[in-house]
Design a protein around this ligand. Sequence first.
Ligand code: HEM
Length: 533
Amino acid sequence: MGALANAALKIVVAAVASHYAIFKRLEPDAPRFFALVTGGNVVLLTYLSTSGSGVLSVLGSAVAINILYFATLCTSVAVYRLSPFHPLSKYPGPRSRRYQSAKGERHLLLKGLHARYGPWLRIGPNELSVNLPAAIRPICSQMYRGPSYQGAPSDGDSLMTCTTRERYSERLPAWNRAFAGENIRRFRPLAEARTAQLLGILSRKSEEGTQLDLSHWISMWGIDIMGDMSFSGGFEKLTAGKDEEGWTDVILMGVLAVGVLGQVPYMRDILRLAPTPGPIAAFQRLTAKKVEETRSRQKGVHPDILSILQHTEPDEYKITEAEAASDAAFLIVAGWDTVSQCATAFFRYVIADRRVFALLRAEIVDAFSDLDVDYDTLMHLPYLDACVQEALRMVPPVAAGPPRTSGEADYTILGNHIPAKTVVACPIYTLHHSGESGEFSEPDKFMPERWLRERPGFVHNPEAFIPFSSGIGVCLGKPVALYNMKMLAASIIRTFDIDFAEGFSVENFDKSYKEHNLWRHGPLMVRLRARKG
Ligand code: HEM
């Protein structure tokens, strides 16, 4: 009995010691974890078999030792994480550290937690959420992306999932070139052509007097534009009128995987061994085909984004085919749902407020009358700009704050110590809606006027407004996104009178919003009539 207790004590000590030495702050990656477990068990079995016991007895002892070891290890990890010895113990937060929501209400949960615990919030063992505008710049301009970006299994990293800042910096020049100068100007006619195509469809529907889901058509418009810009076409969803291949769901699935597996990035190595689900494999085949097409093209011909990324300068990093395929998929995620969500929110709020609609209509009709919508005039319409900003504030397409990591260094942000290997995020939705800390008066109300500073005494802090993120990894497509949204908004508003469809409930529509890294919601049902006068 004494020998058994002695052996058990040794196992407990070994588990606590290995927690301290290996598992204390981070989950080790999958290969190292399996090497450790396999190596440990080989040594254990060799040792046990020298005792002269039978095979069954040796195996039974090994199983018991493993159970005791891992139970102690897990307890030790849990106790340490909740203890005052943990470097993040001074930060308040719910004891369970649970802020994920399978119901898609993470944005509301996080907002509520900040209201309860204050701007510095511990939301995971090694994770902080910081709801302070003054902290955005120091965090986002110094810290690189956190490990959660490595959640999705893939053969090559996209720009966004580059594991190191050095590799990211090597790839950035080609991306910057794709979104600058002559290249970015070439994207405008693509958006204009798709907008004209959408107007044609909407005109036909309005003549038939049918009610329609505007968010669906905006989504088809958005994905077609991204296909044109990224790899010179390939979707044609406006023509089809529907997403037959189900790319919408595939992309949602991919983004969800990043969100869930990002919490346990070591699982990516394990999942890579599993067969890829059919729809994702089909999307991978599409991006691989686009890589092949754009790679075989001559430099300078059809300079879509994927071609620019692959035809780099001689002294620049040359991406592999797998990386190019990941970039192609990432581009669609980055530029499609974001713009579509913002445009949908824009119409939901503008249609609901007839005063806003009338002011917007007057500004747009006055600017263009029967003329074509030109870039310079469009981008300088103050009320349209205020409405777009306000839609981005109300429903930021990326609601969660992009997670950053302190990596191997300690930081001090606004006098607060952030130890190495801590994940830190500035929660975009919460920042846009924090009335408590006073960034925006009446934060849950759609009020374009707040951007025009026409309300004396009205609190308005643009420093807290970061729909496109900030610092390292800030959105490169912002000018494209703003132009495309304004072009769509002006074109639809000057062409149609718009009302919600009969029986449509704005309250139910708002309640249908769920956040899973991307937004999902019910249909935005409207009735369009050709504008008179
Ligand atoms: C309203 C529309 C958009 C919003 C709100 C938005 C928002 C964002 C945010 C928050 C990030 C940072 C994500 C992170 O670090 O996790 C980001 C990155 C990025 N976005 Fe956008 N985006 C929009 C449209 C677009 C469009 C249309 C494109 C392309 C045409 C685009 C291209 C990119 C790229 C390439 C990055 C990565 C930049 C980098 O890592 O250096 N975005 N965007």
